[in-house]
Write a protein that binds this ligand. Structure first.
Ligand SMILES: *Cc1c(COP(=O)(O)O)cnc(C)c1O
Length: 426
């Protein structure tokens, strides 16, 4: 297919994420990807650029990874898919075994979901069913979060960012505390207000759901682990469950295996996705305790009422297991610390640029915050000229690089981010 035909059909018929069909924005054709590089087409010219996004935070080991390719290929030789109702298979058991070993103590029951949003649906249904007898039917969360794009995750996503007003009447109404102050700012007032709000609603709250330490797509907001701990303490004091959505933060992205570790909190329910997949095939998992599993079974259904067609897809499980094996071959904590140092050093000069209000890093995440909406097209194009793929959103130019980036790759990423911001003035 010619490049022109491809782009013409795409423009006329294919929606892209959060995009308009009638006035689409520019997209770049990608032909292949290997290592941490995408081979994409800019105005008819082939370029190799570093993927500073890890394909929306999934491809932690890059592309065409020999171990991961081999895992998919080997599994293809056995079976690509079978239903999980009444059947089981080694890829599911092998991945389950690895997840239980990595999970915080006690979280040893695993539900495989086919995407992050679905895993949040499942986590919320799990909490709802587990709390069935108590009549608690609402969730408690903090503003500024992001939990996915289907209705239940949307209902606990930031009301403004998730456009709740647009979906009034169809998105259930849950309880939102203020976003915790940024790390380094005092917490006491926030803690007091959050406790009071929880107390008012305690009788109706089934669970608290949050992204611990880092709110990702809701604004790359880094907040203090004490706030995480506070939310968990308040919830538990009132018999509510604690759900951690670690789809973005899990598997070392914020510097520890689980972000919840930084708060010393083990949740009752944990969602993991994105990095779990290695960026190969869509998959997520919900982990919980034997107590929650027993409470779910005490509900009138006597079972967890969810079961997607592609539950525990063998190809996805096999490659995710191989991805976790790869992660275990090196000191991920040390590598993320090294990435953090490179991002912190490399992005620091952005502070002096016009229009920049903040520069921050946590783990393998680096953010330049602007004083107004980012000109996504201009920033992307400027960064591509400097050899790096970024995808800013709202007022944020950020990177979540693959863990396998070299120091040179990281320097190229930060140089391109700073350069693009400098060039576009926003
Ligand atoms: C990406 C994300 C989701 C949704 O995952 P999908 O696989 O896109 O459905 C949910 N929660 C958090 C914290 C995420 O970053």
């Amino acid at each position: 297919m010619s490049r022109g035909d491809l782009l013409a059909f795409d423009r006329e018929h294919l929606w892209h994420p959060y995009s308009s069909m009638t006035a689409p924005t520019r997209v770049y054709p990608v032909r292949s990807a290997a290592g941490v590089r995408l081979r994409l087409d800019v105005d008819g010219e082939q370029r190799e650029v570093i993927d500073a996004m890890s394909s929306w935070w999934c491809a932690i080991h890059g592309y065409a990874v020999p171990e991961l390719d081999a895992a998919v290929t080997a599994q293809l030789g056995q079976m690509s898919h079978v239903m999980f109702g009444g059947l089981t298979h080694e890829p599911a058991v092998e991945l389950g075994r690895r997840l239980v070993a990595l999970a915080p103590e006690g979280l040893d029951k695993v539900f495989f979901a086919d995407s992050g949003s679905v895993s949040v649906e499942v986590a919320m249904k799990m909490a709802w069913q587990a709390q069935y007898g108590s009549g608690r039917k609402r969730f408690f969360t903090i503003r500024g979060g992001y939990h996915g794009d289907t209705f239940s995750p949307m209902s606990v996503t930031d009301p403004d960012g998730g456009m709740h007003s647009l979906y009034a009447g169809i998105v259930p109404d849950h309880v939102f505390a203020d976003r915790p102050p940024a790390i380094g700012e005092p917490l006491e007032d926030w803690k007091g207000a959050t406790t009071r709000l929880f107390d008012e609603h305690a009788h109706e709250i089934a669970a608290v759901i949050i992204e611990p330490v880092l709110q990702g797509a809701g604004g790359m907001h880094v907040y203090h682990p004490d706030a995480v701990r506070h939310l968990a303490d308040v919830a538990r004091a009132h018999g509510a469950l604690v759900i951690f959505d670690e789809i973005a933060t899990g598997l070392w992205r914020t510097g520890t295996l689980w972000a919840g570790e930084q708060a010393g909190v083990v949740p009752d329910i944990l969602c993991v996705g994105k990095a779990l997949t290695g960026g190969y095939l869509t998959l997520a998992a919900v982990l919980t305790t034997g107590d929650v599993a027993a409470a779910v079974d005490a509900s009138p259904a006597h079972a967890m009422m969810h079961g997607p067609t592609f539950m525990a897809n063998p190809l996805a499980c096999a490659v995710a297991a191989a991805n976790l094996d790869l992660l275990a071959t090196y000191d991920a904590g040390a590598r993320v610390r090294r990435i953090n140092e490179a991002l912190t050093t490399g992005l620091s000069s952005a502070r002096a640029l016009a229009g920049v209000t903040d520069v921050r890093t946590v783990g393998a995440v680096g953010v330049i915050e602007l004083d107004g909406p980012a000109d996504v097209a201009a920033l992307t194009s400027a960064s591509l000229e400097l050899g790096v793929w970024i995808r800013p959103f709202r007022n944020l130019v950020y990177t979540m690089p693959p863990y396998v980036c070299t120091d040179q790759d990281l320097a190229a990423i930060t140089t391109a981010m700073v350069g693009a911001v400098e060039e576009t003035g926003r």
